[in-house]
Ligand binder design. Structure first.
Ligand SMILES: *[C@@H]1O[C@H](CO)[C@@H](O)[C@H](O)[C@H]1NC(C)=O
Ligand SMILES: *[C@@H]1O[C@H](CO)[C@@H](O)[C@H](O)[C@H]1NC(C)=O
Ligand SMILES: *[C@@H]1O[C@H](CO)[C@@H](O)[C@H](O)[C@H]1NC(C)=O
Length: 462
């Protein structure tokens, strides 16, 4: 372990940031399938995310801060340096809008965002020079990475098994007296332990937004409900094994996190700030899979609204492999606290983290379909058809030589190719219909700018 850790500070190369959305109203999720509905960000939620953005700015985009990221443009956004993704599942508005608010705090409007027109007029950007930063909205139907848990049959089975376990039944007995006192506060919601997250979430939303509710709710009830909901959700969104079904939220988001860290470490890649706006679920799996919840048991819990993880990438002064430093801030009222990853003592190399989680990663849709035992949703239907067609043609062509079957690797490969074709077709159709939410539309521009730094420069100065 000591070879993969270091205490030397080195040069900060950039940061990867993960956040939970801000305060929201409404919300309900199915306790077994975890599909979420009926929620919207609130003005308080936008404040929480905006303040978080301002705080990150004061840390990373501030030449007098010890954490200032060298080369990261801090006034006019250089879109090549920023990579933003937002979960566009059932909490779409909440999570996407949280990213918008955070970015407004990170890159505030500036009077420098102007351009000289041919007719001699100098025009400032809208809203006092507000800067529009592309956000890739990650639609679960097109990309499993940020919501690997919905439509995942093995995850749902594991959740059901947990609800049927002796451990769960014991907890249900222990909490029965408390749950029996809740009906007056739940507006008809079922008071079963299975439904614990919804119970807590409803009480939390009401205590923040409903004065009458906040007044009548007995003082300890919200904290008691939070403790039970945390226990419930940690068990649902983790597994004893790194590659267990409960960890699916972490297993699908980690490939992107590791890529993001590598992009930051790679000096020829312009990305310096990679940011993902998320629901609370991936945090539970991530804290489990990266070992922080084991070293620091208090992290085996739900995270608050506008919670944030930072993973700073540093180049050690001896020129060895870049290392990661992990910190967590549990919502608006908390500070960033540094935690050691994977049981190490100090920073760990990117490959040490990657190697630790490697066997559990779900890197492709085809892999997700297999891991989640799904043959119909999220593109798995097309993959299954392609695999069946490949099997049929392989067995037809080999009928004279017994039953020679295409290898699973071959089938997966064909499937992945078809998935790309299907996605390209859907992409084309959506673009045609004009309803595609463009996040990644910067690819071409990135190349164009990289090829012509002068053009980029003058565009930024303009
Ligand atoms: C120059 O063009 C801009 C944009 O069309 C317009 O708003 C502005 O009034 C023009 N200025 C003059 C002096 O014509
Ligand atoms: C992950 O969570 C499971 C409970 O689901 C627990 O048994 C295991 O020890 C945890 N692993 C770590 C590294 O915290
Ligand atoms: C975050 O804070 C809440 C209380 O505000 C606490 O219940 C929860 O355990 C904390 N979560 C983590 C991961 O530290």
């Amino acid at each position: 372990m000591s070879s993969s850790t270091t205490s030397s500070d080195g040069k900060l190369l950039g940061v990867l940031v993960l956040t939970r959305h801000g305060d929201r109203a409404g919300f309900y999720q199915d306790p077994t399938t975890y599909t979420a509905t009926g929620t919207i960000i609130t003005p308080l939620g936008t404040q929480q995310e905006f303040q978080l953005g301002q705080l990150l700015r004061s840390m990373y985009l501030n030449s007098s801060s010890p954490l200032n990221i060298p080369g990261l443009n801090d006034t006019i956004v250089n879109q090549n340096q920023i990579d933003v993704r937002a979960d566009a599942g059932g909490e779409l508005g909440v999570i996407y809008d949280s990213a918008v608010a955070l970015l407004q705090g990170l890159f505030p409007a500036t009077a420098n965002y102007t351009t000289d027109l041919a007719n001699g007029t100098d025009i400032e950007g809208a809203l006092g020079g507000y800067q529009y930063i592309p956000i890739q909205s990650v639609e679960p139907n097109l990309d499993v990475s940020l919501e690997g848990y919905t439509d995942c049959n093995t995850f749902t089975d594991a959740t059901t098994a947990f609800y049927n376990s002796a451990e769960f039944k014991q907890k249900a007995n222990e909490s029965a007296a408390f749950l029996a006192m809740l009906p007056p506060y739940l507006d008809g919601r079922p008071t079963t332990l299975e439904n614990m997250y919804n119970i807590y979430d409803f009480m939390n939303v009401q205590s923040i937004h409903n004065a009458a509710f906040a007044k009548v709710l007995p003082p300890t009830f919200l904290a008691q409900a939070a403790t039970l909901a945390s226990w419930h959700e940690y068990n649902v969104f983790t597994s004893p094994q790194l590659d267990g079904p409960g960890n699916i939220a972490g297993r699908t988001v980690l490939p992107n996190i590791i890529n993001g860290l590598r992009n930051i470490a790679n000096q020829t890649n312009p990305i310096l700030f990679a940011y993902q706006s998320l629901a609370y679920k991936p945090f539970l799996s991530l804290f489990n899979m990266t070992g922080v919840a084991q070293t620091y048991p208090q992290l085996a819990n739900l995270v608050n609204y506008a919670a944030a993880v930072t993973m700073e990438v540093r180049q050690p002064s001896d020129g060895s492999e870049p290392v990661i430093r992990f910190s967590f801030k549990n919502g608006t009222d908390a500070e960033f606290v540094q935690y050691n990853l994977i049981g190490a003592d100090g920073d760990v190399t990117i490959s040490a983290l990657a190697n630790h989680v490697n066997s559990a990663l779900v890197n492709t849709t085809a892999q997700w379909c297999t891991v989640c035992n799904n043959t119909q949703d999220r593109g798995c239907g097309a993959l299954t058809e392609a695999a069946n067609a490949a099997l049929a043609s392989a067995s037809a062509s080999s009928s004279g030589h017994g039953h020679q079957r295409i290898s699973p690797v071959g089938a997966g490969f064909l499937g992945a190719g078809l998935a790309v074709a299907v996605m390209l077709a859907m992409f084309g159709m959506l673009a045609f219909l004009g309803c595609l939410v463009v996040g990644r539309g910067t690819g071409k521009r990135r190349k164009a700018r990289a090829a012509s730094p002068d053009a980029a420069e003058s565009e930024e100065k303009a």
